[in-house]
Design a protein around this ligand. Structure first.
Ligand SMILES: Cc1cc2nc3c(=O)[nH]c(=O)nc-3n(C[C@H](O)[C@H](O)[C@H](O)COP(=O)(O)OP(=O)(O)OC[C@H]3O[C@@H](n4cnc5c(N)ncnc54)[C@H](O)[C@@H]3O)c2cc1C
Length: 459
């Protein structure tokens, strides 16, 4: 094991080259002469899976809100994704959504986005970002600690895959190492107090595999049987991705979760509240084995609650907050956290970047996403976490009313789809105008079992 030291002035270091790290590096490249992006993985030249993002084997919907933010950060990325094979989807017309309250109506909408594999999303972003001037990629290097003093981080301790240890100094540091971030440990090593965390864990298991769809495809491009509360314990989704393939994910709570057993995949789909997924799979051809994961808890690292924290070290993406993936919020929250940094940086580049102020703003933004994610999860008595507050209960009831109204009313379904796609916040779902409209509509719940899915609308 050898040791060497690289020193830069006006230098930002980004730990992790996933969605948050890549987009953060693009933002920092506008402000720092040198940006070094460090990842433990070898980053492939093509859109293929890699071990550092094991979640990439599962369905990865980038919400319309996230796509719009990504487009602001990297103009033209949507077109590049389409050119690379991503599939254009109208969330109103091409997306079949079944919940405890019934089937959402389908209608041509302005909620257009793309579906693709996680590998394609990341590769398209990576291709753009790595071409930026001033950006250096250090791959196959793992960050394993920080050095610092007097309220700032001075350097990152990095270990190459060959075991060589390096120390990289910089002026600003971003931790974007994802769900498994060791930021709390690194800060404790520097003498800071323990990083407070919150966890809400509904114990969801994901099982996914890729299929070749049947020749006679259904009239939707994406389909989701979504668990919106008890007694339902299992759901599933299918999305058409590049190459015309289907990525299929089944999910279940606690002991009701799917397993990696290939022979059990279709039978699990048959237990869902409607046979739409099982029927689609029965004539499709599996292309991959079944991959499972249990790493799905909602978890926040509350840096904003630390009275004492380094002034030049920020957490972004999953490192700050990761979500139960069933609402597909993760990548959108990651790019939104980066967009927030982009708005914050120009006002604070003189002297030290006040990370504490940034973390407070980030926490305020994450509060709304957290509220949406946990409101439904906490309805399940088996969910681990603090019991739901009044706002969470109110929101869950409001969502039920909205979903029920959305089975008949395009306007209500559009409002729900906007919330699902993170284009409107929970506060707007609790507005008196909407509440009155839903109360008047008074639509009874019609579980998806009881009726046929709506056909695609005429366009
Ligand atoms: C099963 C599952 C399904 C999901 N489905 C969706 C979905 O449908 N839609 C959605 O929006 N989100 C989904 N997510 C969430 C999404 O994957 C994350 O929110 C998103 O990837 C966050 O990006 P990130 O950059 O913060 O972390 P990641 O993308 O996880 O990137 C972290 C990076 O850090 C690197 N790294 C880790 N440790 C180190 C280290 N010590 N040193 C250097 N590098 C390191 C890794 O190699 C990786 O490149 C899902 C998550 C899971 C678990």
């Amino acid at each position: 094991m050898s040791a060497r030291r690289a020193t830069h002035r006006d230098h930002a270091l980004v730990f992790g080259a996933g969605i948050a790290g890549l987009t953060a590096a693009a933002v920092l490249a506008d402000h720092f002469a040198n940006v070094t992006l460090i990842d433990a993985d070898h980053l492939p030249e093509s859109p293929v899976r890699r071990p550092g993002v094991p979640q990439g084997d599962h369905i990865h919907g980038l919400l319309v809100g996230g796509q719009r933010t990504l487009e602001e950060l990297l103009p033209g990325i949507g077109a590049e994704l389409r050119q690379a094979g991503a599939v254009t989807v109208d969330m109103g017309a091409d997306f079949l959504l079944g919940t405890n309250c019934g089937w959402g109506t389908r209608f041509p909408s302005d909620l257009t986005g793309v579906t693709a594999s996680r590998a394609l999303f990341e590769w398209a972003i990576r291709r753009r970002v790595l071409a930026l001037p001033g950006l250096t990629l250090l791959q196959k290097h793992r960050v394993d600690g920080l050095t610092g003093g007097s309220g700032v981080v001075h350097a990152a301790r990095i270990r190459s895959s060959e075991g060589e240890v390096l120390t990289h100094e910089a002026d600003f540091f971003v931790d974007a190492t994802g769900r498994g971030s060791r930021a709390g440990h690194w800060l404790t090593e520097l003498g800071y107090p323990e990083l407070p965390q919150s966890t809400v864990d509904p114990h969801v298991t994901y099982a996914s595999r890729t299929y070749l769809p049947p020749r006679e495809a259904p009239d939707w491009l994406a389909c989701y049987l979504m668990v919106t509360g008890p007694p339902q314990t299992g759901g599933g989704s299918i999305a058409t991705i590049e190459g015309g393939r289907w990525i299929v994910t089944l999910n279940g709570l606690g002991p009701h979760g799917p397993t990696a057993d290939e022979a059990g995949f279709l039978p699990f789909a048959e237990t869902l509240p409607h046979p739409v997924i099982a029927e689609a799979l029965s004539s499709a051809q599996p292309l991959t084995p079944v991959i499972t994961t249990h790493a799905t808890a909602n978890r926040r690292r509350h840096v904003e609650r630390m009275l004492d924290q380094p002034a030049n070290f920020v957490l972004l993406g999953d490192s700050a907050c990761c979500f139960n993936p069933v609402y597909a919020q993760g990548m959108t929250a990651a790019v939104r956290s980066v967009a927030l940094l982009r708005a914050f940086l120009p006002q604070h580049l003189e002297g030290k970047v006040p990370a504490a102020r940034f973390h407070r703003q980030l926490a305020a933004m994450l509060d709304t996403y957290w509220l949406l994610a946990t409101a439904v999860d906490l309805r399940h008595p088996t969910t681990q976490g603090d019991p739901p507050g009044g706002l969470q209960r109110l929101l869950a009831t409001g969502l039920d009313r909205l979903l029920a109204a959305g089975t008949r009313d395009h306007h209500a379904q559009h409002v729900f789809l906007e919330a699902l796609n993170m284009l409107r916040g929970p506060a707007s779902l609790l507005s008196p105008q909407l509440a009155l409209r839903l109360l008047r509509a008074h639509t009874p719940r019609t579980p998806p079992t009881a009726c046929h899915p709506p056909p695609a609308p005429r366009r």
